[in-house]
Each structure stands twice: as C-alpha cells, then as structure tokens.
Design a binder for this molecule. Structure first.
Ligand code: BES
Ligand code: MN
Ligand code: ZN
Length: 507
C-alpha cells in the first residue's frame, strides 16, 4: 500500500479524483454548518459545507467516535464516496478509533484510492500516523498458506493536511510501524510447520539487508557451549533444532549502551509432558508473538534509522512431548548457574527467557525489555486491552507505560512484591519453575527477575494482547507500536544536550 502526504485545503482535497474522500470530523464542529465556520481550512469549500449542512442538522451524523455519514456522488466532491467520520476530541486515541472505523467501512472492491482530510481544526497531528496504521490494520490480509490468496483492494491513501516537518516524520513513523506490525503479524499467524525456529532465524537474517543491522544465529552446539541448560531443556523434546537469534542494530556510537529487547520464540507450545488440553491448542502457534514483535520492532527501527543501539534477542524452539522431553521434577542448570526444578513443563517460556536474560547482560544494556506470551493468568487479569508490565525500575516502567499511551498500544503496571516469589521455592533445586495457582502472571515475572541481577529490566506479558481468538482469530502485531515508540523516545532523549536536570541525580 502506498501512502502520500499532500499539503491540501479541504477545497483542494475534495477536487482530487479518488474512490473515497474521508473527512476526520472532530466533535466540536457544530451541526449548524456552515454559518459559524471561518478560517483558511473552509475557504473554497463553501459548496461542500452548504451541501452538508441540512444533513448534519437532520442528525445524519450520529454522535460517538467512529460514527459515520456516508454519501455517494456528492456534487461538491470529486470522489464517488464521501465519508464524514467522527474523531471525538481529535486526540490520538480518538483519531485511531475513528480511522479504524472509516477504513473498515471502506473495505470494498471498488475502493482502491482514498483521500483522508486531516486538516480540520482540532485534529491532532498524530492523526497522520494513526490514519496510516488504521488503513493498514483494517485491510491486512493473511496470505502465506492460502492457495488462492486474496489481494488488498486498497492501494493508495493520500493524507491531506497542512504540510509540516512533524507530519512528514509522523508519516515515515506510520509507514515503518505498518511494515513492522505486518512482519510481526505474518510470523505470528503462520502455522508452526511454516514457522519453525530455523524459518524464524531466516526471517531475522533478512533484516541484515538494512543499513546498521547485523544478525547472528546460534544453534544447539553454540547454546550448549554457553551453558544454556534451561533453554536446551525445553528444546530437547522436539526434532526441530533450536535457534538463538541475535539482531544488532547499531544506529548509535559504539560506546552507547544498547536497548535490549528479548522475545519469547516458542514456535509451538503443546505444554510438553504437562500437555495442554486439545481445545484451542492450535492457538499455541502464536507463542512466538514476543519474538515476532521483536522482529517487527527491529524492522521498523531499521527503516527509521534512529541514532541509538538496539539489540533483539530471540530464543526459539518448540515445546513438545517426546521420549527425550523433560519430565516434571527434572532439575536443570541455567546459564546463570542457578538450578531449576521443572515442576510443570508447560511453564516453558520462563525457561527459555531466563537464559536469554543472562545472555543479555553481556551487552551492558541501558535497559532490557522482555516480551512474552507468558501466562494465561495475565489474560485473565488484563484481557486483550492492556499488556502486563512488570519492572522493579520505576523510571523504566514509566517510560514504557508512556510509550504505550503515545502509541495507543497500552500496558498496565503490575506489582513485583517479593512475597509473590514464595511459591517458587523448591526442595530439590534453587527454585521451581511454577508457584501456586494464584497471581500466576506475577510469579512468572518473579521467576524472570531472579535472572536479571542489577539490570534495568522490564517484562511485558502479552499473552492477552498479541492475538485475538474467535472469528477474527489472528495476530494483532502488538506490542510493536509500544516498543518502537519506546526506542524512538530513548533515541530522542540521547540526542538531547545534557540539561540542568542530570540523570545522575534522581529525585
Ligand atoms: N504460552 C503459555 C501462556 C499462554 C496461555 C498464552 C494462554 C496465551 C494464552 C505458557 O507457556 C503457559 O503454558 N503458561 C502456563 C503456566 C502455568 C503452567 C504455570 C499457563 O499460563 O497456564
Ligand atoms: Mn506453556
Ligand atoms: Zn508458552
């Protein structure tokens, strides 16, 4: 899909040939058009506004963000279809909601080119990014394993609004986000036989074509040399060889500490010997959603080339029952030297992540954020709206939560009191891999915390947000927007000259 930014007034936008013209309509515009409306945006569009007036007066545009008035063959509009879509107060979240609704309504074979006018007063500039992401999101089609894949009808989106440096930046961010989210969706949606650890590694290697990106892929022997006993234990029940993927994006100076993103890459989670029930087990192909979001984030970052160093780490394997598989009660030694009693082989995500977190320390990172479809308990706690955010580091937690708000990819901070780790005690190893039934998302995070030492670390449990179940089953591409925003914000704060408020003196 092609996106183009054009500095146009409403009058000019309505003259553009297209299949649809969508106007982002903020709530504060009165329904008694056009009398009180003045300003450069309305100039030349009098005929259109006069035509709209009686419709608006008659209440044809319902109240509520996302509600639309659709008109065909409006005399003052070159496009066949005119769509007025409510974007509430014009804020990022309202524009996103409105744009998703508008583009979903425009999913028609005859709609190939859409002009979106974002220049009405009160529409936040971030509307540009929101519109780009919404257009892509509402028209995304999975194709990888279909014999007759459908094609997207929508080819071109013209974003009409006053030109500015910021809007051009938002357009490139939007395009990079779309590319990253679609890469994440593609890999998460693929069935496990079309997304093995080796295939995931091949996808990662493709990122190496971008400037400043280098990709390393380690196999079973390398991982054994590193002593990743916990990761190897999960992989040993599968005939697919494990892969440990490390993606380096070096946009900053060599001396600069990197942001490290660690993604859970279980390409299929049967539960292992502690096998899962059959119902909906197919959804466990999404158990590499964390890995997919790390790939997607690095792709977006590689397209945007911010001045920062980012490292993506993906431990990837299958979790299978087998004659060689780990058994409940087995004790393994992690790369950190700590021993783990594997009480439940279905709590495998933490086992592969703990070794990846130990490995991450070698990069002396500015921050480490792991991303994982880790627990069903997190789905129960937060559903599909917000990802679970866990961090003992207040500053890092605030930055991630803020990035989520900015990118409209929300998360919610959860507690990490030491009492939640009580249940992880074991009589036969330094720790067990599961605690009791209650607070399962938190005890999983407490397990990971045992491997992070002094690292500025955060954990995102995306079990509820990385995919949707039901008829619209599929990957959401989350939390790529949150992670990309976090990386861009970090890059921006690195670029800032040191201010009076030195970071060395907190408080
Ligand atoms: N991949 C699952 C978590 C999961 C469950 C993600 C449902 C999405 C939807 C993870 O490996 C797992 O099986 N976790 C167990 C942990 C338990 C054994 C302590 C769980 O949540 O049931
Ligand atoms: Mn599991
Ligand atoms: Zn899992």
């Amino acid at each position: 899909m092609d996106f183009e930014l054009k500095p146009l007034t409403l009058a000019q936008a309505s003259e553009l040939p297209a299949d649809a013209l969508a106007l982002a309509w903020p709530d504060h515009l009165p329904d008694t058009l056009p009398t009180p409306l003045t300003g450069p945006w309305a100039q030349g569009a009098e005929a259109l506004l006069a035509w709209l007036q009686p419709l608006l007066k008659a209440g044809e545009l319902d109240a509520g963000t996302g509600k639309q008035l659709v008109a065909l063959a409006c005399p003052a509009v070159a496009a066949r279809r005119l769509v007025l879509v409510r974007v509430g107060d014009g804020s990022a979240s309202a524009v996103r909601k409105g744009m998703l609704a508008a583009f979903s309504g425009l999913k028609l074979p005859q709609v190939k080119k859409v002009v979106v006018f974002l220049g009405l007063p009160g529409v936040n500039e971030v509307a540009v990014r929101a519109a780009v992401v919404a257009a892509a999101e509402s028209t995304y089609l999975y194709t990888a394993t279909l014999s007759k894949p459908k094609a997207r009808h929508l080819h071109k989106v013209v974003l009409a609004l006053p030109d500015s440096e910021r809007s051009r930046q938002l357009l490139s961010e939007g395009k990079a986000l779309v590319s990253g989210m679609e890469l994440a969706k593609e890999w998460a949606n693929r069935p496990a036989n079309h997304a093995t650890p080796s295939m995931l590694a091949d996808a990662a290697e493709k990122l190496g074509k971008h400037p400043h990106v280098k990709v390393e892929v380690l196999g079973p022997k390398d991982v054994a040399k590193l002593g990743m006993g916990a990761f190897m234990a999960v992989a040993q029940g599968s005939s697919e060889p494990l892969r440990f993927i490390v993606i380096h994006y070096s946009g900053g100076s060599k001396a600069q500490a990197p942001v490290v993103l660690v993604g859970k890459g279980i390409t299929f989670d049967t539960g292992g010997i502690s096998i899962k029930p059959a119902a909906e087990m197919d959804e466990m192909k999404f158990d590499m959603g964390g890995a997919a979001s790390v790939l997607g984030t690095l792709q977006a970052v590689a397209l945007l080339q911010p001045r920062i160093n980012v490292i993506g780490i993906i431990p990837s394997c299958e979790n299978m029952p087998d004659g060689r598989a780990i058994k409940p009660g087995d004790v393994v030694t992690s790369m950190s030297g700590q021993t783990i009693e594997i009480l439940n082989t279905d709590a495998e995500g933490r086992l592969i992540l703990c070794d990846a977190l130990t490995y991450a320390a070698r990069f002396k990172p500015a921050s480490v954020v792991d991303v994982a479809t880790l627990t069903g308990a997190c789905v129960v706690a937060l559903g599909g709206v917000r990802s679970g955010l866990f961090s003992p580091d207040d500053a890092l937690a605030h930055k991630l939560a803020a990035a989520g708000e900015q990118a409209q990819d929300l998360c919610w901070r959860m507690p990490l009191d030491d009492e939640y780790a009580e249940g992880l005690k074991s009589n036969f190893a330094d720790m067990g891999n599961v605690a009791g039934r209650t607070g399962g998302a938190i005890s999983a995070a407490k397990f990971l915390q045992k491997f992070t030492g002094e690292l500025p670390w955060a954990h995102l449990d995306i079990a509820g947000t990385a995919w949707k179940s039901g008829p619209a089953k599929g990957s959401t591409g989350r939390p790529v927007p949150l992670l990309v925003q976090y990386v861009l914000n970090e890059a921006a704060s690195l670029a800032q000259p040191p201010s009076g408020k030195s970071k060395k003196h907190p408080g």
